[in-house]
Design a protein around this ligand. Sequence first.
Ligand SMILES: NC(=O)c1ccc[n+]([C@@H]2O[C@H](COP(=O)([O-])OP(=O)(O)OC[C@H]3O[C@@H](n4cnc5c(N)ncnc54)[C@H](OP(=O)(O)O)[C@@H]3O)[C@@H](O)[C@H]2O)c1
Length: 317
Amino acid sequence: MISRYFKEYKWSNIAAMIRNNGRDPRVCTRDFKDKLVVISGATSGIGYHTARKFASHGARLLCINRNEKKSAALKTEIEKEFGVGCEYIIADLSNLKDIYSAAEKLGKIDSPIDVLIHNAGIYLTKRELTSEGFDKMFVVHHLASFVINNLLGEKLKSWKKARIILVNSEGHRFAPWGLQLDDLNWDKRRYSGLKSYGSAKLAQLLSMLLFAEYFKPWGVTINALHPGAVRSESGQENGPVYRWLKKHLYDKFLRPAEISAEAIYYLGVSDEIEGVTGKFFNLTTGEQPAPPALDKEAAYELWVKSVEMTGVKDIIS
Ligand SMILES: NC(=O)c1ccc[n+]([C@@H]2O[C@H](COP(=O)([O-])OP(=O)(O)OC[C@H]3O[C@@H](n4cnc5c(N)ncnc54)[C@H](OP(=O)(O)O)[C@@H]3O)[C@@H](O)[C@H]2O)c1
């Protein structure tokens, strides 16, 4: 497995990533009045700031959140402060039933979705399985966007010009030798939070390769970004030691989540991104992802596995 990608790693790409990590995002000043933006995980961190950013430019919001109370508070805040609609769907995106139900509700919308942002995410230091027996991070970071994009495929095509944004991560590099497709749920290997996170993010990048090809003739684009290393509520499900270290150590080195919102707004709205698809950005700078994220063969194999795991009606075959 190692030899498969080893020769494709280039120091120049790693150096570019390090340089890009220090950059600020490009800014888009264009308004987005009355456009419809769907965003998952808008109740905290990057999603919250992104929701505010789009609302401040006049967009209507439809959020997919798991927490009713936080969603209601967000709706009140956004509607009062910006005078735009902020509706929400309650769904636990680690649960296939809820993922299907959210996709079904999105499919019933009659006005086009202009930007669809798959942002919800978690970081777990200990392995957790979902009620369906899948690795939880794999479901939230990959299967949720996979199912929703498949089920909305026809609608998105008919709406044209929609932009799909995957809030991904440089963390996909924590799976440097690719996905272990025969052990996506970590039954056979010792679990590592970083490796599981990396694999889930890598899986989402691989699915992007095929979605980009599928949607291209219809003008629908799909891109992924690393949203910066920013302060958020990430990791709150972990134990007290992790939370203490995060608060008193890691957070000190992180940037504000407003930069992520700026970058996502740019990728969702700027004319400079018109027609760009299947690309990975570090904030708003185009970047070469790790070699396993460009492996079309692995992307097809993962696609088949993901269809098997979710039972979704597959749009590409
Ligand atoms: N922060 C960083 O430095 C960083 C770096 C790279 C990538 N990212 C990515 O950025 C995205 C946002 O993360 P964040 O840092 O902003 O973390 P965060 O503050 O913890 O926000 C995560 C959001 O996702 C929601 N969420 C989590 N699990 C969910 C589930 N099962 N169903 C529905 N919603 C769920 C959370 O809901 P609750 O409010 O109910 O918890 C919250 O709204 C993630 O995809 C993450 O991997 C973050």
